[in-house]
Design a binder for this molecule. Structure first.
Ligand code: FES
Length: 105
């Protein structure tokens, strides 16, 4: 699976993060200002949906236990999670957001 169309840019508001299911693979798309980010939806702490969490600038806060991840590189900013979250390459073509899903991802 190379580049996969996920959603229209107009469907993700500034400061919003949403979960999506791509053929069984769960990812979350976030928008900060004019920038979009794609990360794994599943929190590395106890598998809650980060797409159901909230954004604080470039960080996403997990709704379950408050871990925070930096969406620019996936690093952990606040415990209890200790394992970084996977990030995905994302591009915008016209109104479409596309995410690169590699075979081993
Ligand atoms: S599941 Fe995300 S912080 Fe616990």
């Amino acid at each position: 699976m190379p580049w996969v169309k996920v959603v229209k840019t107009s469907e993700v508001a500034d400061g919003e993060i949403k979960p999506f299911d791509l053929e069984g693979k769960k990812i979350a798309i976030a928008r900060v200002g004019g920038e979009f980010f794609a990360i794994d939806d599943t929190c590395t702490h106890a598998q809650c949906s980060l797409g159901e969490g909230s954004l604080i600038d470039y960080e996403v806060e997990c709704p379950c236990h408050g871990s925070r991840f930096d969406m620019t590189d996936g690093s952990v900013r606040i415990l209890p999670a200790t394992v970084p979250i996977k990030t995905y390459k994302l591009k915008v073509e016209g109104d479409d957001i596309l995410v690169e899903i590699t075979k081993d991802a």
